[in-house]
Design a protein around this ligand. Structure first.
Ligand code: GLN
Length: 527
């Protein structure tokens, strides 16, 4: 197994995850099998209990792991399925060590950060990298992204573990890539000083950088490259310019042009040339159409809905359609804004805030035949809206947030659950699809697998009344309703699961394809 360690300098939010994922894609294009591990130095066991407004979306893995959104980028760029072990947090590592200590595994020794925490980190990285993610076989190369910024107290044990791992590995089995910011001054000149400092901080920790990826608004010029090369002891071809570009899926191409993959291949003694250009073909397909989709959101931040944004892009590329998103605040939805859009998407969510705006939007879509895609909470609210305005149960609600007649109720196995972390209905579950439905037209399969993250469900007591009134549950898992669609509407499709998590650029999610197609038809541009 070869390891590529990725660290970050100067500040967070530089696109280290996209750089890591893009490196993986470049090596995959050369025919290598690549996996990835993300280290998050926070004390939370996982991202499940974290507020997405602060940390971005909680990504859900097939095994139910609730993880950092970078794992979503890895899955999309590498086209693999990762599991919970691929996201290592300080919380997880300390819990393992403390459990061992309580069992007496340390045989009376004083348990310390070095060596016990660092050994545990190394074990976690090694065992995650060996997971058989390629049809039962492990990958050839593992990318290990150390979250946070060099110099943070929280990342120290992880950087120490990386230092130890590097010295335990053969030289051709490891490389260190440092992703850093090159800010520009008022004259527009790129400044290297912050990068010099972070390279110095790494050296003090015993870590020697092989490649610098400089994130900047404009490409690095040869003067800056030379300067960095001599001051940081890195050959010039190891200084890679990564200027901001509009589409993340084109980052691999830019890094390829910069020679990043070539340098890595030399370092790691990898001999295969780039052979697979399918990815480039898919992500550069020309746009000939354009649609505008409204997302009714509760949080202002777009990162909260990252996988949804990406899934829309994937479906759009497949249909040569550029999808523009209009973010509408759930607490202030104006019907005229909705009417200007070609379709409306109601994403998942928790709690009561913004519920009424979302229900009003669903009603408008239902009555005015505007394409609607509802996900998780969006599915539950489409059922509540139908119950209120078609069945006439005026106080219909969900027991999560309402006090009237609950048509959405807690899953039986969730009653009495006290710990909120990792306890929802999470991850992959099969969904059985009825024939002659929109669901079947989209998936062309009777049994599908999709990812879940919820605590509430449609109360089975209302299912037959809703169906008689025209809201059909075309996907189910036993008594659990998974897909709702409306008879006589061009596209009213809502799912209890989250199809966005399995969407890939090369394999867009069927409900998203159906939705974008319906938006095109509404605009008079589809077939
Ligand atoms: N709050 C709802 C539930 O827990 C929906 C969850 C979601 O949208 N992810 O069932």
């Amino acid at each position: 197994m070869k390891y590529i360690f990725i660290t970050g300098g100067v500040m967070s939010g530089l696109g280290k995850g996209i750089t890591a994922a893009s490196i993986g894609r470049l090596l995959k294009n050369r025919g290598y099998q690549v996996t990835a591990v993300k280290i998050d130095p926070y004390l939370n066991i996982d991202a499940g209990t974290m507020n997405p407004a602060q940390h971005g979306e909680v990504f859900v893995l097939h095994d139910g792991g609730e993880v950092d959104l970078d794992l979503g980028n890895y899955e999309r760029f590498l086209d693999i399925e990762l599991n919970s072990s691929h996201n290592i947090t300080t919380g997880k590592v300390y819990r393992m060590v403390i459990e061992k200590e309580r069992r007496g595994d340390y045989l009376g020794k004083t348990v310390q950060i070095i060596p016990h925490i660092t050994d545990q980190i190394k074990d976690c990285i090694r065992s995650a990298s060996e997971e058989p993610v390629y049809e039962g076989k492990p990958a050839d190369i593992c990318i290990v992204e150390v979250g946070g910024t060099v110099g943070d107290i929280e990342s120290m044990p992880f950087l120490e573990a990386v230092r130890q791992m590097r010295s335990e590995l053969a030289i051709s089995d490891r490389a260190l890539v440092h992703v850093t910011l090159m800010p520009s001054d008022s004259m527009g000149d790129l400044k290297t000083k912050p990068t010099q400092h972070s390279i110095k901080a790494l050296r003090e920790l015993g870590l020697f950088t092989d490649i610098i990826v400089g994130r900047s608004e404009r490409p690095l010029n040869s003067h800056t490259r030379k300067k960095l090369s001599s001051l940081c002891d890195i050959p010039q071809k190891g200084i890679i310019s990564a200027a901001t570009i509009p589409d993340i899926y084109q980052v691999p191409m830019e890094l390829e042009k910069e020679g990043l993959a070539e340098v890595l291949c030399q370092l790691l003694k990898l001999e295969k040339d780039e052979a697979d250009r399918e990815w480039y073909r898919v992500v550069t397909r020309e746009y000939t159409h354009r649609v505008t989709v409204a997302i009714i959101s509760k949080y202002g931040k777009e990162d909260v809905y990252l996988s949804i944004k990406e899934a829309l892009k994937h479906a759009g590329r497949k249909l040569s359609t550029e999808v523009s998103i209009r973010w509408l605040d759930a607490e202030r939805v104006d019907p005229s804004d909705l009417r200007e859009c070609d379709g409306v998407l109601i994403p998942g969510g928790f709690g009561v805030r913004g519920i009424n705006g979302k229900i009003d939007a669903i009603r408008l879509c239902r009555e005015e035949k505007i394409p609607l895609l509802g996900l998780c909470l969006g599915f539950q609210l489409s059922v509540v809206e139908y119950a209120r305005n078609v069945l006439g149960i005026s106080d219909a609600c969900s027991s999560e947030w309402g006090e009237g007649t609950p048509v959405i109720t807690i899953l039986p196995e969730q009653e009495g659950v006290e710990n909120l972390g990792g306890s929802m209905r999470l991850g992959d579950f099969p969904v059985y699809i009825s024939s002659d439905t929109t669901a079947y037209k989209l998936y062309r399969q009777r049994e599908i697998i999709e990812r879940h993250r919820h605590r509430y469900e449609v109360d089975p007591a209302y299912v037959s009344r809703l169906e008689e009134a025209g809201l059909i549950f075309s996907g189910r898992n036993k008594d659990r309703m998974e897909i709702a669609e409306m008879i006589g509407h061009p596209f009213f499709f809502t799912t209890q699961f989250h199809p966005e998590f399995r969407s890939r650029p090369t394999r867009p999610s069927p409900p998203f394809i159906g939705f974008v197609e319906a938006c095109l038809i509404k605009r008079g541009e589809g077939e």
